[in-house]
Unconditional design. Structure first.
Length: 227
């Protein structure tokens, strides 16, 4: 009754990621007798008795616990609908969005979050039918008032963050920017040499495993211009 891989290790379709009855199949995992197997080539995650696999390619598939950058697309009576750069929209209910009491018959929800707002939000749960619930109940969650948002493939986010966040830290230091990378492939950049940072992001899949990320990115851009 053990996990078969290290947390966040790469797995292939059909790989046994857990054996036994002490864990449940999450997103990207199916049951095969007493074994849990991966549906995709991707990254396995073991979290609080649930095993899930994030696909390595394609669009972002929400998973519980992810920190993502979303855009408010609609305001409903007691919730906000949020685009997640995914086939699945997220719903942020009032009780997961604000700490204070809101009178739904008197207060305007647009005073808190309005259509077009960019927010850093946490995926609180994902149902089997991919109903995605969101919450702001995490110290990392916030409204993004300014700056720019770039998009990279969600599969490259782990490469950007790297071990211990070293790669994104290097990029922020060398461009004097603030930066937040969402698991859904959206990256917020503010201040400093934000244009230079955005250009480096385009090459992250090729240079993220090298030292001196900015120099490598600049070499690639120069090669593109001269090629």
């Amino acid at each position: 009754m053990t996990q078969k891989f290290d947390n966040r290790q790469k797995v292939a379709p059909g790989d046994t990621v857990f054996e036994g009855d002490t864990a449940e199949a999450g997103n990207g995992v199916y049951e095969d007798g007493e074994k849990l197997r991966s549906r995709y080539a991707g990254i396995v995650r073991y979290q609080e008795g649930t095993v899930s696999v994030r696909p390595s390619n394609g669009r972002y598939i929400p998973q519980e616990g992810d920190i993502v950058i979303g855009e408010v697309k609609a305001v409903r009576y007691s919730s906000w609908m949020v685009d997640l750069n995914s086939p699945y929209e997220g719903m942020m209910k009032v009780d997961g969005a604000v700490d204070e009491y809101i009178d739904l018959d008197e207060d305007e929800l647009t005073e808190y979050y309005d259509v077009g707002d960019a927010i850093v939000v946490k995926v609180s749960s994902v149902s089997e039918g991919f109903d995605v619930n969101l919450t702001m109940d995490d110290r990392r969650c916030r409204t993004l008032e300014s700056g720019r948002i770039e998009e990279i493939s969600p599969s490259k986010v782990s490469a950007l963050i790297g071990k211990g966040g070293n790669i994104i830290r290097e990029l922020k230091e060398e461009t004097d920017t603030s930066m937040i990378a969402g698991q859904n492939g959206r990256v917020w950049i503010q201040g400093g040499e934000h244009v230079k940072a955005a250009e480096a992001l385009k090459n992250v899949g090729e240079v993220a495993d090298r030292p001196h990320l900015m120099k490598s990115a600049e070499d690639l851009m120069e090669a593109d211009l001269n090629g």
